[in-house]
Write a protein that binds this ligand. Structure first.
Ligand code: PLP
Length: 398
C-alpha cells in the first residue's frame, strides 16, 4: 500500500500533468478485455485505451511478432532510407486491403503526425493553401492538427495557428458548396469520434466525394479512431461506397504499439520527393518493432474474422442498454456513445461503473455522453456483464 501511494505521489510530482483531476487508476497487468489493479481486481475495458486495444490486451501473436523483431533489430535509420522488412511487409498487407487508388503508405509515429503529413501533402500536391475542416472535429494536438480542430475552447490559447482554415458543419450537404477550386483539402472524420460519435448520412458522404471531384480538392478521411474493424468494416468509408484521396490511420493500427500512417496514391505521395526533397521527415516513423506489431495485428484481425461479429455485438449492446435516462445511443459497430442528461450525471455514472469494474469515460467535445469502444474480442457474456454494471449505475442515479 505504501509503495502504491509513493508511486502515485511520484506520478503527480514528477510526471507532467494535463488536468487537475487525472483518473489515477493504477494497473498491474492487462489480458484480453480486462485490466487488473494492484489488488488483482479485474476491470472490463470498455474504451480500449481510446480506440487502441482493438484485439484486447496481451495478444500472443502480437507479442511474438514484437519479440522476434526486437531480437533482429530495432531502430536502424530515419524513415525512408533503408529497406526494413517489417515496414515493407506491413505496407504490402495494408494496401492489399484498400481500394486501388491507395498505393503508398507513409508510416509515422502517431495520429497527429499523420494529420500533419496529410495536410502538408495536400498543399504540396494541389499547390493550394485553403483547408476545410468540420465543426466539433478532433484530429490531434499538434499545431497543424489543432488548426483543424473544430472546438475553439481547446485551441484559442495557441493562436496564431495555420491560416486559411475554414469550418463547415458535419453532415450538412449544403455546406459542401464552401469547397471550391481554391481548396487544397477537406479533412474530415468518417465518423466523428470526440464530437460524441456522430455518424454521417450515406448521401452526405457521396455528395462530399462528388464535390471534391468537381473542385480537385483532396478528400482526407481521418479514420484514426474508426478504422481497423471498429465500426464493423475494416475501414469506415466502406460503409459509404466511397474512397478517400488520403487516408489517416493510427491508434489500433499498431496493435498496441505507436504507429500511424497516411496513405494515398503514388501520384499524390510522389509530391513529397522533389522541390524540396524530403517533404516529410521522421526519425522513428515506421519503427520496425511497431510495424511488426501492426502487421501481426492486421493478420489477427483478418485471419480470425473478428470484424464479422461486430454488428452482432453492437446489436446485443443496444438491446441491453435500455433505460429511460438514456436519451440516445449513437454510433456504428463497437464505436458507440450513450447520451445522458448532463456531464454531472454522466461523470457520476462513469465513476460508479469504474468502481464496479467497468472502465468507460466521456468525450472531449461531448461530456454528456459515455464512451463505449471495447476490444472487438469482447464476448457476449462480457458484454452482458458490462451492460449490467452500466444500467445499475444509471438506475442508481436516475
Ligand atoms: N484523429 C482522431 C479522429 C482521433 O481520435 C485522434 C486521437 O484521439 C487523433 C486524430 C490524434 O491521434 P494521436 O493522439 O495519436 O495524435
Amino acid at each position: 500500500m505504501g509503495d502504491m501511494l509513493t508511486l502515485r505521489q511520484l506520478f503527480l510530482a514528477n510526471n507532467a500533468q494535463t488536468t487537475s483531476f487525472p483518473l489515477l487508476l493504477e494497473f498491474e497487468r492487462a489480458e484480453g478485455v480486462h485490466l487488473y489493479d494492484l489488488a488483482g481486481k479485474a476491470y472490463i475495458d470498455l474504451i480500449s485505451g481510446i480506440g487502441v486495444s482493438s484485439l484486447g490486451h496481451g495478444n500472443q501473436k502480437i507479442i511474438d511478432a514484437i519479440k522476434t523483431q526486437v531480437d533482429k533489430y530495432m531502430h536502424l535509420m530515419v524513415y525512408g532510407e533503408y529497406v526494413q522488412t517489417p515496414q515493407v511487409r506491413f505496407a504490402e498487407k495494408l494496401l492489399s486491403t484498400l481500394p486501388h487508388n491507395m498505393q503508398s503508405v507513409y508510416f509515422v509515429n502517431s495520429g497527429a503526425e499523420a494529420v500533419e503529413g496529410a495536410l502538408k501533402l495536400a498543399k504540396r500536391y494541389t499547390g493550394r493553401q485553403q483547408i476545410i475542416a468540420c465543426k466539433n472535429s478532433y484530429h490531434g494536438s499538434t499545431h497543424g492538427a489543432l488548426s483543424v480542430m473544430g472546438n475553439e475552447d481547446f485551441k484559442q490559447a495557441y493562436r496564431p495557428l495555420l491560416p486559411g482554415v475554414s469550418f463547415i458543419r458535419f453532415n450538412k450537404t449544403e455546406d459542401l458548396q464552401l469547397i471550391t477550386e481554391n481548396t487544397a483539402c477537406i479533412i474530415i472524420e468518417t465518423i466523428q469520434g470526440e464530437a460524441g460519435i456522430r455518424v454521417p448520412d450515406h448521401l452526405y458522404m457521396q455528395a462530399l466525394r462528388k464535390r471534391c471531384n468537381e473542385t480537385g480538392t483532396l478528400l482526407i478521411l481521418d479514420e484514426i479512431q474508426a478504422a481497423m474493424g471498429r465500426t464493423g468494416k475494416l475501414f469506415a468509408f466502406e460503409h459509404y461506397g466511397i474512397a478517400p484521396d488520403i487516408l489517416l490511420l493510427a491508434k489500433a493500427l499498431g496493435g498496441g504499439m505507436p504507429v500511424g500512417a497516411f496513405v494515398s496514391s503514388n501520384q499524390i505521395m510522389d509530391s513529397l520527393k522533389e522541390n524540396p526533397i524530403l517533404g516529410h521527415i521522421t526519425t522513428f516513423g515506421g519503427h520496425p518493432v511497431c510495424c511488426a506489431a501492426g502487421l501481426a495485428a492486421l493478420e489477427v484481425l483478418l485471419d480470425e474474422n473478428l470484424i464479422a461479429a461486430v454488428a452482432e455485438k453492437e446489436a446485443l449492446m443496444r438491446s441491453l442498454l435500455i433505460h429511460p435516462a438514456i436519451k440516445q445511443i449513437r454510433g456504428k459497430g463497437l464505436m458507440l456513445a450513450i447520451e445522458l442528461d448532463s456531464f454531472d450525471i454522466n461523470k457520476k455514472i462513469i465513476d460508479r461503473c469504474i468502481a464496479n469494474g467497468v472502465i468507460t469515460d466521456w468525450f472531449l467535445h461531448c461530456d454528456n455522453s459515455m464512451r463505449i469502444a471495447p476490444p472487438l474480442i469482447i464476448t457476449p457474456d462480457e458484454i452482458k456483464k458490462a451492460c449490467f454494471v452500466i444500467i445499475e449505475a444509471i438506475s442508481f442515479y436516475c
